[in-house]
Design a protein around this ligand. Structure first.
Ligand code: CP
Length: 316
């Protein structure tokens, strides 16, 4: 007989990427986040769960949403926090990643939340240090908590994601959000497509079972949900398309484009938004169709769930 009892523990000690999570892990994170989300709507928004836990937030790349969201999640769980920014640290004097983190751990840190430009940096750390590692974005590879909060936000609108059609639009080549979303949504049974200029779509995507559109109207005709990504100019050392104006004309999500399709496609964006490039302000700020700020709100509850569940994976 199959055991259908819901799991109460994650199958992993770290959150390095969505690829390592099981469907049961994702569902456990969501059911835990449901509880935290309800709690955050009330007057008491703090619990003592991580009172004896110290978390280091180590950011080697810029961040607004992820960094503040993790910090708030940690504070709501009563953790002690240290924040480290590479731009004002001894990394500038040549210290290695491992030395930096080992020095922080020597001060008795239990969990490390890290954003780093090198894909696989978190995997490397997890092999060398005892703390729980949470990937807050590794280069163009994965951004697991963003995918979890994206899917959690879709689930609030649609309840079940199985069979739902999600198109990820934009700079897929340089996006860690895209890959984590693809893994997460497929594990939940959704159908995933990407749409963008062929120069910004990696060749291997069809091998992952992802549908590829190069015409935005075709993608919108297919989709229930559109997750729009920005063009990551900071990661592009060559020109992948002629101009931002041409990009907007071909792939920018506007009211006029959406009006051609007789359905309410749910609009999402992980931020930061480049208004007037990949999305118009009218679409981004639409109070019915767009859930961009709900994604940010949900990020705190989802990250609380991840921190809580990874903390519970540690021996007493
Ligand atoms: N979505 C996201 O990762 O935003 P930040 O870069 O501001 O953290």
């Amino acid at each position: 007989m199959t055991d259908t009892t819901p799991s109460t523990r994650l199958s992993t000690k770290h959150l390095l990427g969505i690829r390592d999570l099981t469907k049961a892990d994702i569902e456990l994170i969501f059911s835990t986040a449901d509880g935290f989300s309800s709690m955050l709507q009330g007057r008491i928004r703090k619990v003592p769960t991580l009172r004896d836990t110290t978390v280091a937030n180590i950011f080697f790349e810029n961040s607004t949403r992820t960094r503040i969201s993790f910090e708030l999640a940690e504070k709501r769980l009563s953790a002690d926090i240290v924040n480290f920014s590479a731009s004002s640290s001894s990394v500038k004097k040549g210290e290695t990643l491992l030395d930096t983190v080992q020095n922080i751990l020597a001060m008795k840190v239990d969990m490390v939340v890290m954003r780093h430009p090198a894909p696989g940096a978190h995997q490397f750390l997890a092999q060398h240090i005892p703390a729980n590692i949470i990937n807050a974005g590794d280069g163009t590879h994965e951004h697991p908590t963003q995918a979890l909060l994206d899917a959690f936000s879709m689930r609030q609108r649609f309840e079940k994601l199985a069979g739902k059609r999600v198109v990820i639009i934009g700079d897929i080549l340089h996006s860690r959000v895209a890959l984590s979303n693809i893994f997460c949504l497929q594990k939940l049974g959704a159908k995933v497509a990407v749409c963008g200029p062929p120069s910004l779509i990696p060749f291997h995507l069809p091998k992952l079972g992802v549908k590829v559109f190069d015409q935005l109207d075709d993608a919108l005709a297919w989709a229930d949900i559109a997750n729009v990504l920005r063009i990551q100019l900071e990661r592009q050392d060559i020109k992948f398309f002629p101009s931002l104006r041409e990009y907007h004309n071909l792939y920018g999500l506007t009211r006029e484009r959406l009006a051609k399709h007789d359905k309410d496609i749910l609009i999402m964006h992980p931020g930061p938004i480049n208004r007037g490039v990949e999305i118009s302000s009218a679409v981004a700020d639409d109070p019915e169709q767009s859930v961009i700020l709900q994604q940010v709100e949900n990020g705190v509850a989802v990250r609380m769930a991840v921190l809580y569940l990874l903390g519970a994976s540690n021996p007493e």
